[in-house]
Write a protein that binds this ligand. Structure first.
Ligand code: 2AM
Ligand code: CA
Length: 257
């Protein structure tokens, strides 16, 4: 099996485990406080994903949310894993959460998979092969007018309500778009832009495991992704994120935001 097939098999198996699990209160823990949760299942699923990769490709590096990075044993391929993207949704709703698996060779994307676990919908892209939701091709929206755009953000509190250097500009942008929506998952919301159901995405907080799979899907669907400074999105650092249905909108967006 090649890396994509291993990824597909392991994400499908992990999704089945999460759909069937019954989360107990004793399995929910806080990382830095009540707004920052981790569960037994985040860790269990990440261990399961890591084992599958290590068994098939022991030379690869692994960067996941819940465990320290696994250094490369000579290989140039890195996997970025988020066992549950949208842990708060997993805890509060048991829906609107994803498993995110991105695979890169150095700075070159290989493929990304984002599984909407409860809807059993798989978003995926191979570099140069277009973006897909299951067997349907994805295409970003053609919308170019900010006033007609649907803006999606996973974190209303830290993106719009907490003070930061771009807060006033982001508030103005939020007033100027058609509507603002929040699902609570970086990976699923970037896939919403890829699918043309949202036009733009912003967050002041994202980590490599949150966005390194979905960014491949967004770009393969015709979209573009940057930091909120308009710079290329880094691969290995936490960052702000601006996701767009078209790269040409960047300057207009950064003027407004
Ligand atoms: P997570 O569920 O894997 O933690 C909603 O807050 C979205 O932002 C989720 O995708 C969440 O990922 C992500 N996120 C990234 N960094 C965050 C942070 N520091 N605080 C809260 N959410 C964060
Ligand atoms: Ca997570």
């Amino acid at each position: 099996m090649d890396r994509f097939d291993v990824a597909l098999e392991m994400i499908t198996a992990a999704g089945a485990v999460l759909r069937q699990c019954h989360l107990k209160q004793t399995e929910i823990g806080q990382k830095t406080g009540p707004q920052d949760l981790v569960t037994f299942w985040d860790r269990k699923i990440e261990r399961q994903l890591r084992s599958a990769i290590q068994a098939a490709f022991p030379q690869d590096s692994i960067v996941g949310e819940e465990y320290p990075p696994e250094e490369s044993c000579g290989g140039s391929v890195t996997w970025y894993l988020d066992p549950i993207d949208g842990t708060t949704n997993f805890v509060n709703q048991h829906r609107n959460y994803a498993i995110s698996v991105g695979c890169w060779e150095g700075g070159t994307p290989l493929f990304g998979l984002v599984l909407d676990v409860e809807r059993q919908e798989l978003y995926w892209a191979k570099h140069g092969g277009g973006a897909w939701q299951d067997d349907r091709p994805l295409q970003v929206s053609p919308c170019r007018e900010i006033a007609e755009m649907l803006l999606t953000t996973p974190g209303i509190q830290y993106t719009f309500l907490e003070p930061h250097p771009r807060q006033q500009q982001l508030l103005r942008l939020a007033q100027n778009v058609r509507a603002v929506r929040s699902l609570g998952s970086v990976a699923l919301e970037l896939c919403e832009v890829a699918a043309g159901r949202a036009d733009a995405f912003v967050t002041m907080r994202s980590s490599p495991w949150d966005h390194n799979a979905a960014r491949i899907i967004l770009e393969e669907a015709g979209g573009a992704i940057f930091t909120m400074e308009g710079a290329p999105l880094p691969l290995n650092q936490k960052s702000t994120v601006l996701g767009l249905n078209h790269a040409d909108l960047k300057d207009q967006f950064l003027r407004e935001a």
